[in-house]
Write a protein that binds this ligand. Structure first.
Ligand SMILES: Nc1ncnc2c1ncn2[C@@H]1O[C@H](COP(=O)(O)OP(=O)(O)O)[C@@H](O)[C@H]1O
Ligand SMILES: [Mg+2]
Length: 255
């Protein structure tokens, strides 16, 4: 009887995990579409600004300026602007999600499960230290899941680039006053002190692959702000990166 119940429970868990994997895959797809479009808009904005500046310069010259050139630049600015607006309209919206009580330990376990393939392939040692008792945090669960996945993906990217070091991912949860604290540490190369602020900028990346567009930490910051939380990078930690995310237990949803 007990065996049967255990087997049934395991089966239910597997079904739940598959559903979540599918949901997360869909979210990743939408997110990468958003990122690709935002990157394209960002790339186009530079030359568009140049065209507008050149047009303004010619306008100021008034009658001296070549009318054909003025016309051409006006046309280029107008069509460019329309193209940008079309692209902006194509950026998929973030689906609305209600905030519910979330068990952060369980959520992190799910994220680790989702990263399992990559963790195993890289031979990464995971040191998972959940607090035995953790109060629930009112949050939008899939946003939080996506956020922790970004941080863990970054940690794994960093350790990929640092092949000679032992690869260790440490995740610790704790209650700290009225917040839940999550500390994520890796044994990658860490972030140079002059870049510690820049890494949050949208489109800032030090990675070469075209799939890394530098929007991960911008998204992390956005989700932490939504939760009225805080994220800090320990400047004194030099064995890699140490992030701390603080999430208030009580959360007033004002949206
Ligand atoms: N755990 C980490 N270790 C070292 N560098 C990191 C880590 N996390 C983030 N970074 C740095 O911050 C930059 C921005 O990260 P992110 O916004 O996620 O963009 P992306 O992952 O696309 O580069 C990375 O390119 C990297 O230089
Ligand atoms: Mg990233």
């Amino acid at each position: 009887m007990a065996n049967e119940i255990t087997a049934l429970k395991r089966q239910q868990e597997a079904v739940g995990m598959n559903a979540m994997r599918a949901l997360l895959a869909e979210q990743e797809r939408v997110r990468s579409m958003r990122e690709a479009l935002q990157a394209a808009i960002f790339q186009m904005q530079g030359p568009m600004n140049l065209i507008s500046a050149a047009r303004d310069l010619l306008e100021r010259r008034g009658a001296q300026a070549d009318p054909a050139l003025r016309h051409a630049l006006n046309q280029a600015a107008a069509t460019g602007q329309t193209a940008l607006e079309r692209l902006r309209a194509l950026v998929p919206a973030v689906p609305p999600e209600a905030a519910t009580p979330v068990n952060i330990n369980q959520l992190l376990r799910e994220v680790l499960e989702l990263c399992k393939q990559r963790l195993l392939a890289g031979g990464t040692v995971v040191d998972w230290k959940p607090a035995p008792m953790l109060p629930a945090v009112t949050a939008r669960a899939s946003r939080l899941r996506g956020m922790f996945k970004q941080l863990i993906d970054n940690a794994l990217d960093a350790m990929d680039s640092n092949r000679h070091q032992p690869r260790e991912l440490r995740i610790t949860t704790a209650t700290q006053e009225q917040t839940v604290s999550v500390v994520i540490e890796d044994t990658g190369p860490g972030v140079a002190s002059d870049l510690q602020w820049r890494i949050f900028e949208p489109f800032f990346t030090t990675k070469r692959a075209a799939t890394h567009v530098g929007l991960g930490l911008a998204m992390v910051q956005e989700v932490v702000n939504e939760q009225r939380g805080m994220i800090t990078l320990d400047p004194d930690y030099d064995a890699g990166c140490r992030w701390q995310v603080l999430l208030p237990i009580k959360y007033e949803d004002d949206s």
